[in-house]
Design a protein around this ligand. Structure first.
Ligand SMILES: *Cc1c(COP(=O)(O)O)cnc(C)c1O
Length: 229
């Protein structure tokens, strides 16, 4: 069994190798450890190894981990589907939301952010694989929500996020990533705000994502190991 320290090092090495192969700088790719299902203790260990930001997929779990680790200067990134009744709690506890996929959620988050006098970086979640089981906007719906964000000034648009198809067929995954790059480039040219970020790539497909220009890879299992308890 590898330790969490060894697993983090091996993920960092994979990222370095992928960047080298793609002719990119490692500083262009942010590693976001996804701590969902894992306890505050593991997060504390990773914080000690230099990780400052963590991803979660449930608002309640994010809020309780943030509270348990209040003594550390961490930032929290929400990756899950936002139910509007949780928008206030999210606004108070998270620093970034990578899965915005409706104007309704944007409006609820704007109200929460006003109430707590904060702002939040947001990425729009895109369903780039067309799988019915996935959340996210269809690619053709993205420009409209991107335009609408000017009405929610506490939300700072930063880019796009996707979960690629869950398949060993690299061509299908690559097609998802290509869709994302084209969309991001279109938003950068046509929509108000900053649309630089491409959050794509997880434990199984981070190399391919980096080859396609990912600026953030979200890694759970390869760092934390399989879910314990
Ligand atoms: C869980 C999760 C991840 C991490 O997935 P792994 O395959 O465990 O690396 C990344 N992104 C989102 C949105 C997730 O929910």
């Amino acid at each position: 069994m590898q330790t969490i320290t060894e697993r983090l090092a091996s993920v960092q090495e994979r990222i370095a190798v992928a960047c080298e192969a793609a002719g990119r700088k490692v500083t262009e790719v942010r590693l976001l450890p996804v701590s969902k299902f894992h306890g505050a203790r593991d997060v504390r260990t990773l914080a000690g190894l230099g990780c400052g930001s963590f991803g979660e997929s449930q608002v309640q779990e994010l809020a309780s981990k943030a509270a348990a680790l209040e003594d550390l200067d961490l930032t929290w990134v929400f990756l899950g589907h936002l139910q509007t009744n949780k928008a206030g709690l999210l606004a108070r506890t998270a620093h970034e939301f990578q899965a915005l996929d409706s104007e309704r959620a944007a409006a609820a988050l704007q109200r929460g952010l006003e109430a707590s006098d904060r702002t939040m970086d947001v990425l729009l979640e895109v369903n780039s694989s067309g799988e019915a089981s996935k959340f996210g906007l269809n690619p053709d719906e993205v420009p409209r929500l991107a335009e609408a964000l000017v009405r929610y000034p506490r939300l700072r648009p930063r880019g796009l996020m996707t979960l690629a198809a869950n398949t060993p067929d690299g061509r299908i995954v690559a097609a998802s990533f290509e869709t994302m790059v084209a969309l991001r480039d279109r938003l950068r040219a046509e929509s108000p705000g900053e649309w630089h970020e491409l959050s794509m790539g997880m434990s199984g497909d981070l190399e391919l994502a980096i080859a396609h220009g990912a600026t953030c890879v979200r890694v759970g299992t390869a760092i934390f190991g399989p879910r314990v308890n």
